[in-house]
Design a protein around this ligand. Structure first.
Ligand SMILES: NC(=O)c1ccc[n+]([C@@H]2O[C@H](COP(=O)([O-])OP(=O)(O)OC[C@H]3O[C@@H](n4cnc5c(N)ncnc54)[C@H](OP(=O)(O)O)[C@@H]3O)[C@@H](O)[C@H]2O)c1
Length: 279
């Protein structure tokens, strides 16, 4: 879809020029939704600020206040442990016209609203660095004042992948675990695949390629046959009493699902704990 003039003319600021900001900027600029001359970044470490602004050919703000003054949308992309220290001294710089987007994991929408009372339009957005290849899941929760802006904001987020509105709280946490930590969990499985191949005399490079291709094939087929449920797709590749069926039976006997479920719950609890620690 073609971006509207309105979106293209918006001034977009990023406080924190780290990994996630770079992935998000990459998606916004490459998609043509955002003009690089409308992007402003700030960062604690000046050398990094200079390097990233040169790499992306975007403008660098000397201070966070200057960035806020010159932006319509402000992304806050500092680590959760730096969040309060970063925002408290500049909270008054936000006004009611700003759209404020927190990318910080573990900090609730409500906490951001409390911290920035002058700005009613607040979102909590949870993308991953897969945004840079347009493959991220982007879960987002928003305050009521954001609602009129949702159509174009959803379009903007969709430049990073699949944008999904969710309630903040448990659902956001489940999305964080499944879709963000989820990438790490899938890598864990990929490591087992690769190691098993290596144990059977496949060289490491080829084992890696085979593993990537196998995971990519499963995902691509599920994407291709999008109206077919995952268990139906599985039935199609596992003939009765065949090799795949035998492996699957063993996976169920060994309760792989239970093990994964426990790991997901542990990750969700850790997110909750971190949220409490951060206040
Ligand atoms: N990476 C991911 O996949 C991912 C996924 C979902 C959510 N997130 C969230 O995204 C946020 C950023 O993560 P990240 O991976 O991009 O972290 P990162 O690479 O460490 O980037 C954070 C940046 O913020 C800068 N910063 C810290 N305090 C600042 C301040 N007061 N003013 C201006 N800049 C400041 C840091 O500057 P220095 O150069 O001085 O360190 C650093 O460059 C986190 O809250 C994280 O929870 C990340």
């Amino acid at each position: 879809m073609k971006p509207s003039e309105h979106v293209q003319n918006l001034k977009i600021g990023f406080i924190g020029a780290g990994n996630l900001t770079q992935a998000v900027m990459r998606a916004f600029i490459d998609s043509g939704y955002v003009r690089r001359e409308n992007v402003l970044i700030s960062n604690r470490n000046e050398k990094k600020l200079e390097r990233v602004s040169q790499d992306f050919q975007v403008r660098a703000a000397k201070t966070n206040e200057q960035l806020i003054e010159n932006s319509d949308i402000v992304f806050i992309a500092v680590k959760p442990q730096d969040f309060y220290q970063c925002i408290e001294p500049i909270a008054q710089a936000f006004n009611e016209d700003h759209i404020v987007i927190s990318l910080a994991a573990g900090i609730s929408l409500q906490s951001v609203q409390k911290l920035i009372p002058s700005s009613p339009k607040i979102l909590r957005v949870m993308p991953t660095t897969a945004a840079k290849i347009k493959k991220s899941v982007i879960a987002f929760a928003f305050s009521p004042a954001v609602r009129p802006n949702l159509p174009w904001l959803t379009e903007l987020f969709s430049t990073m992948g699949l944008a999904v509105p969710v309630e903040d709280g448990e659902t956001m946490r489940a999305m964080l675990v499944a879709a963000s930590s989820g990438i790490g969990f899938v890598y864990e499985l990929m490591m087992y695949w690769s190691e098993w191949l290596e144990e059977h005399d496949v060289d490491p490079q080829t084992a890696r390629k085979i593993t990537v291709q196998t995971f990519a094939a499963a995902a691509a087929m599920a994407e291709h046959d999008r109206d077919t449920s995952i268990d139906e797709l599985q039935r199609k590749v596992a003939s009765q009493k065949g090799v795949t069926a035998s492996g699957l039976e063993s996976m169920r006997e060994l309760e792989i699902e239970r093990a994964l479920r426990i790991s997901f719950e542990k990750a969700a609890m850790r997110d909750q704990e971190l949220g409490k620690l951060l206040g």
